[in-house]
Design a protein around this ligand. Structure first.
Ligand code: BGC
Length: 745
């Protein structure tokens, strides 16, 4: 039996609740299993007799709905009773990404006008027969207590509302061609966090500080008068003691709770907010308690890092928190303002870090399936955001959307990062055609002199020297950035072809790469080795992308080190350059400058925000200005992971844990101490087992490491003669001891 999509009548107000009751038959024996399949255009919260069918929230997440709609499955056997018992299956439908607001341009109902839900409950009996309950015209729709819901604006819950008349829903066939099984983990509630402090304002409202910038919502239990309204607003930072809500732009991030008169529990789970602070109006008149619920995709933590510098450790924790906050179903740019989109460039640069810290395989494979669907519908062009609600949209008037460096390169850089971390060749196999389509499209944009120039580029986005209102005005030349990035793409697609045994393809990609290197050098590198625009980002990306000859790379390294020194170890690069500065310096023999840059506390730097109290990575180096005010720029998020991509260098170079072959089968233990650090550790729970390094320099440099027996281990220069291999148990004890000295992440 096929379920139908149920929708409320057109004039429906609030989140509709679709209900159906059924009686378990007497004549089938015992129930052996009950399976509930669920999907929604929008969000669905399913309950059986009022009890949630699973811990999942924001079901079924966001996919490119035009082509992919997830159908989730739950075992609900334990929620059903004896023969003869009556049960009610209820499906609450939220707007979510399907018909709620999306993007900063005021778009709404991007995919459709109102949410729809579909479900199939399959009951398997001891006698071998099955009973199937599906969503169809026999269901009814009633009012829920949710009067309005939107991911950006928040949710209004009125506990005085009763179900009212049960009326027939509208039904329509569910298009099975679009239905897919989830590849990645579900979105769930993680921990809850109690407020660290509370202060009462003059009007009786309370401002709560949860001590950590998180993503999720508030849960509150409260007793107060019937009809009393509690209004909760959210913000990431305070400005002059008030919630700084301007960075949210048009996202209201406001939940309204109307009390029943009894002991109420409110939890707005058809929305989510990015916040550290919440203000609750109306709190003075009630008694109760509030906690914050952290929500996100259920990713398994796989990697970690600690060192003797607590500020650096806190920075690393901030990277972890920004990753957690930006993995609510998709890899997003930010979780709080009227955006929260799957910006491809952000995950392109951050993927290696993410894939070290968490098992991202399923999550990113699922997202890459959307990327491929979007790309296929756009003639090989990878959009700026995936899923793409901005279809056909050009960033600047007069431009037509075209493939663009780094952002569109996600088609290659992301699957490669997943492959490197997991060793799961399926991701390369699935993505190869998309990688090829993207690379060919980029190659087709090359100018007569063989470089990528003249197209729209985000370039070294948010370089700190660009004025707050013009992030395009980076010092790095965007064509140089684009051409260097394309070289990295050619290199990775070539390696992918080799990995898949496509030797002819691999040779062809290598030929393109060679030609691009020659063209880059002719167009952009002068006789003294200076690269056009002479910006840190062009040297950094030039070096790590392999587009430079070894002589040019060495000159570029010298120039980069000189620029970094001249700049007083302040960062002069944005999304395209900053992730690679430390690697480029290290690769060209300037480790001291890399450390000086990483450990600088001056603005702009990675650690300056940490000194200002950051608990996540900021979008801008100076999202908060030194005087405590919020950067006047339009885009000022306090939770963007892109600039945290340097953590990948920290894992490999400070921690000394390097993967030499995909899936951690071959590793190099190669800590490179510096920056005044006296110890550090980096660890990875790989599919094969724990690989970890701990080193200390006091009284003398010593390295301890562990790896599974079948792992090939190579010791780096500094570790040779000073490294001891220990058992996994010994290493776990050591890591546990070190963790005790640190704030838990
Ligand atoms: C997003 C970025 C994104 C950028 C591209 C911003 O609005 O928040 O992270 O990559 O636009 O231009």
């Amino acid at each position: 039996m096929t379920p139908e999509l149920l929708r409320a009548p057109h004039d429906w107000v609030g989140a509709p609740l679709f209900v159906h009751s059924f009686v378990l038959p007497h004549d089938r024996g015992a129930l052996s299993s009950a399976r509930l399949e669920l999907t929604a255009e929008g969000l669905v919260e399913a309950t059986l007799d009022g009890r949630p069918v699973s811990p999942e929230v924001l079901v079924p997440g966001w996919t490119s709905y035009e082509w992919r709609l997830r159908m989730v499955e739950h075992d609900v056997t334990t929620l059903l009773g004896e023969p003869g018992q009556r049960h009610e299956l209820a499906l609450l439908a939220g707007a979510g990404w399907y018909c709620g607001r999306l993007g900063w341009m005021g778009a709404q109902q991007v995919y459709g006008r109102e949410p729809g839900v579909a479900a199939r409950l399959t009951l398997q009996w001891a006698d071998g027969s099955t009973t199937v309950v599906v969503t169809d015209s026999s269901w009814r729709v009633v009012r829920s207590t949710t009067r309005s819901d939107d991911l950006y604006d928040g949710q209004t819950i009125d506990l005085r509302i009763s179900r009212g008349d049960a009326i027939p829903p509208r039904t329509e066939p569910l298009d099975h061609a679009r239905v897919v099984a989830p590849i990645g983990p579900p979105i769930v509630r993680h921990e809850t966090i109690p407020p660290l402090s509370a202060s009462t304002l003059g009007d009786g409202s309370v401002v709560l500080d949860f001590g950590q910038n998180i993503v999720g919502w508030l849960r509150m239990s409260a007793t107060g008068p019937t009809g009393h309204r509690l209004v909760a607003t959210h913000a990431e930072v305070l400005e002059n003691g008030e919630l700084a809500r301007r960075p949210l732009r048009s996202a209201r991030a406001e939940d309204v709770f109307v009390m029943s008169g009894g002991a109420d529990l409110f939890e707005p789970s058809l929305t989510f907010h990015g916040f550290r602070y919440a203000r609750i109006e109306g709190w003075a008149e009630v008694t109760g308690s509030v906690e914050a619920v952290v929500v996100g995709s259920d990713l398994r933590r796989t990697g970690g890092f600690m060192c003797s510098d607590e500020l650096l450790d806190r920075f690393h924790q901030n990277v972890v928190w920004s990753l957690r906050g930006n993995t609510v179903g998709i890899p997003s740019d930010c979780p709080q303002r009227d955006e929260r989109l799957g910006w491809t460039g952000d995950i392109a640069v951050f993927a290696p870090t993410a894939c070290f810290l968490f098992d991202m395989t399923g999550f990113l494979r699922d997202w890459l399936a959307d990327l491929r669907a979007e790309q296929a519908a756009a003639d090989g062009r990878v959009p700026y955001v995936v899923p793409d609600p901005l279809k056909g949209w050009a960033v600047r008037a007069g431009d037509t959307p075209e493939t663009t460096a780094i952002w569109s390169d996600a088609a290659v850089w992301v699957p490669w990062a997943v492959w490197e971390a997991s060793g799961d060749v399926a991701v390369l196999r699935e993505s190869y055609a998309s990688m090829v389509a993207h690379t060919n499209r980029a190659l087709s944009r090359l100018s007569d002199r063989g470089v990528w120039e003249g197209d729209f580029q985000f370039g070294d986005w948010l370089d700190p020297t660009a004025p707050p209102d013009n992030p395009f005005a980076a010092i790095a030349n965007p064509d140089v950035i684009a051409t260097a990035a394309l070289h990295r793409t050619l290199d990775l697609v070539g390696r992918t072809a080799s990995q898949l045994g496509l030797d002819e393809d691999a040779t062809a990609w290598r030929t393109h790469a060679r030609a691009l290197r020659a063209a880059f050098s002719a167009a952009y590198v002068d006789d003294s080795g200076r690269i056009l625009s002479d910006a840190p980002a062009v040297y950094a990306l030039g070096i790590v992308s392999g587009v430079l000859s070894s002589a040019d790379a060495s000159a570029a390294g010298h120039r980069l080190a000189a620029l970094v020194r001249e700049g007083g170890f302040r960062i002069n690069a944005g999304f395209a350059g900053a992730p690679y500065l430390c690697d480029a310096l290290t690769l060209t023999g300037h480790l001291d400058e890399a450390y000086a840059l990483l450990t600088s506390r001056q603005s702009p730097s990675w650690l300056h925000p940490v000194e200002l109290g950051a608990t996540t990575i900021w979008e801008r180096w100076d999202s908060l200005l030194d005087d405590g005010t919020v950067n006047p720029g339009e885009m000022t998020s306090f939770n963007h992971y892109a600039l945290g991509a340097v953590a990948d260098w920290m894992h490999r170079t400070i921690g000394g844990l390097n993967s030499l072959a995909a899936g951690w089968s071959h590793i190099r233990i190669d800590p490179r101490p510096g920056g005044g650090l006296t110890w550090a550790t980096s660890w990875q729970e790989s599919e094969r087992g724990l690989v970890a390094v701990v080193w200390e320099s006091d009284p003398e440099f010593r390295v301890m490491y562990c790896a599974p027996d079948d792992t090939v281990v190579v010791l780096g220069h500094d570790a040779r003669g000073r490294a001891t291999r220990v058992t996994e148990g010994e290493m776990r004890d050591t890591l546990a001891r070190l963790t005790e000295t640190r704030v838990t992440q």
